[in-house]
Write a protein that binds this ligand. Sequence first.
Ligand SMILES: Cc1cc2nc3c(=O)[nH]c(=O)nc-3n(C[C@H](O)[C@H](O)[C@H](O)COP(=O)(O)O)c2cc1C
Ligand SMILES: [Fe+2]
Ligand SMILES: [Fe+2]
Length: 415
Amino acid sequence: MYTVRKVLDDLYYVGANDHRIALFENIFPIPEGVTYNSYLLMDEKTVLFDSVDWNLGKDFLRNVEGVLDGRDLDYFVVHHMEPDHAGAIEEIILRHPNVQVISSEQGFQIMRQIGYHIKDENAIIVKEGDTFSFGKHEFVFLEAPMVHWPEVIVSYDTTTGTLFSADAFGTFGALDGKLFNDEVNFERDWLDSARRYLTNIVGKYGPFVQDVLKKASTVDIKMICPLHGPVWRTDIPWFIDKYDKWSRYEPEEEGVMIAYASMYGNTEYAAQALASALCERGMTNVVVHDVSNTDISYLIADTFKYSHLVLASVTYNLGIYPIMKNFIADLEALNVQNRTVGIIENGSWACTVGDKMEDFLDEHLKMFDVLNERITLNTSLNEANENDLNALADAIIESMKNIREVKEKSGEKEA
Ligand SMILES: Cc1cc2nc3c(=O)[nH]c(=O)nc-3n(C[C@H](O)[C@H](O)[C@H](O)COP(=O)(O)O)c2cc1C
Ligand SMILES: [Fe+2]
Ligand SMILES: [Fe+2]
């Protein structure tokens, strides 16, 4: 039990760090690792909250049995059935055959689908608002569908003000001994991972995240115990505000992400030229990504972060370069909304990509405002493009000003 940390006097962190997994859900690169969080409450009753991925089952079981120190496990709360948390359920039940499992109805259904055998007399189905006492600690259970699966529940310990939030408020990143948000420099070292986690994994379900935030706003939260990443015990409103922005598809920052698709470097050069033109105009909050060597999850995260997006692409077989096409299709899949977009297009004989990208955004993405000032390259940037380059840079700056003014006006109205 050497990786156990005390969360409260009678609440222990018994989760595990995973540095071996290269791709979370076999799709998202996580060079920063990830944790699977599990918590064990030692009240009059003993209560385990979730488990871990089976890959780390051995370490987790060592932690759980170490804290139990010979006591039996009375209750096992299963908030979420995704295998990164549900991987060790069967083993816990085999070791503690009398344990009462608490989950949603659909949670039990998924347990059966996976092949976990929970006897009816050991299954306690909870619904929105159900309460439960484990001794000193009184809990209320709340439904949180689609954050991140349909069966998800969260629970709130009314005695201590602790929210067990399932995947909500989670982040990629291994903790490596640290546990609390105030033991790391979250804004510097973790925020990018948190954004990449949330926007890619539940970006599509912003309104459902909003529902959870609404429920959370009705209780006094002193601590948040998520299923990944640090436990929150300070600056909770700051992190809730990030979640609020991401789930309302509101940009976090005024700034520009330029994503380019280029085979030989000409479109790349134009993307860099636009970045320089923006910086010349004082807008230095600019990032430039090559879609061909930047994992799409980073492109998505930065699209959520910045107010403006520039798509720069070559024409490819009369269409959009496949990797760029994949990126904008993912924007649609994740329901990204409310961005201002500039376009740079390139073609050597039949340049169609600008119209194709604009049509896609118009037809498939909500509240995407495509600027008229497009740059069209006939193979490479030259003097003929100079006016267009300046016009696009000016239009981006101008639209920022307009957005700021609208915001200020609506702020005045609210005040
Ligand atoms: C497989 C392939 C298909 C292409 N299809 C088109 C096309 O349909 N229309 C066009 O104008 N250019 C097409 N091109 C040419 C590139 O879009 C053009 O050379 C562009 O300037 C390359 O810019 P880059 O230097 O940023 O890669 C194609 C190039 C390749 C390799
Ligand atoms: Fe999940
Ligand atoms: Fe998870």
